[in-house]
Write a protein that binds this ligand. Structure first.
Ligand code: COA
Length: 189
């Protein structure tokens, strides 16, 4: 378990634990993730075909590492770290890991929780010796893009793609090349 307590650039303090999700948290994390996307208008309403996947934490925890951010007993957010190509990977190829379904409760945003979750994924990739971390995101997810760019991710337009069931939706790809000699989260440029 990683405990974070640090002062961010605008004096707000991140003080959260980042750890693997427990079975008791599967349902609440699924709902938190679904609501985070729904409330920002990133889905086409409550019949959107992606909603069941966002809610299915048990499903993704069976083939990927699902991490949560908790403040004492309060669930603040979560993320899925996909270690490589496989059932949970949208984008990852050999030698790449992937970050998916990053979400923070609306009331806990702006404290660096999202960044802490993304950094925890980079820690995993670094520990596994993975050379590159990839992710994809909707064009409207601007808070997420600022966060990823702050961590050193760069756009990878040749890997942009559209889900089969939503051909009109373009998901933009990002990548971070990890240098094994540098701290996690530091890009090689
Ligand atoms: C993207 C997301 C995870 C970021 O979570 P977070 O804990 O707010 O992240 P951070 O605090 O590390 O930084 C996020 C940025 O958004 C800003 N922000 C977003 N919501 C905010 C709020 N309600 N209050 C204050 N700042 C907010 C932060 O200040 C920061 O901006 P900056 O980069 O210009 O400094 C969260 O906004 C979210 O769940 N969005 C909906 C789902 C989503 O877009 N997921 C991405 C999938 S690719």
């Amino acid at each position: 378990m990683l405990r974070l307590g640090r002062r961010t650039r605008d004096t707000q303090v991140v003080d959260v634990d980042i750890r693997p999700v427990t079975p008791a948290e599967h349902r609440p994390l699924g709902e938190l993730t679904a609501q985070a996307y729904l409330r920002e208008g990133f889905l086409g309403g409550d019949q959107d075909p992606y909603l069941p996947f966002l809610r299915d934490v048990s499903g993704r925890a069976s083939s990927a590492l699902v991490l949560v951010a908790v403040d004492e007993d309060r669930l603040l957010g979560g993320v899925t770290y996909v270690p490589g190509p496989g059932p949970m990977a949208d984008l990852a190829r050999e030698g790449e890991a992937e970050i998916r379904m990053l979400a923070v409760d609306a009331e806990a945003r702006g404290r660096g929780v999202g960044e802490a979750l993304a950094r925890a994924c980079l820690d995993q990739a670094k520990a596994a010796g993975v050379g590159r971390v990839v992710l994809s995101s909707q064009t409207a997810m601007r808070a997420a893009h600022r966060l990823y760019e702050r961590l050193g991710f760069q756009r990878l337009p040749e890997r942009d793609w559209s889900p089969e069931n939503k051909p009109g939706l373009v998901l933009v790809a990002y990548a971070l090349d990890l240098d094994p000699d540098l701290d996690p989260g530091t890009a090689t440029r």
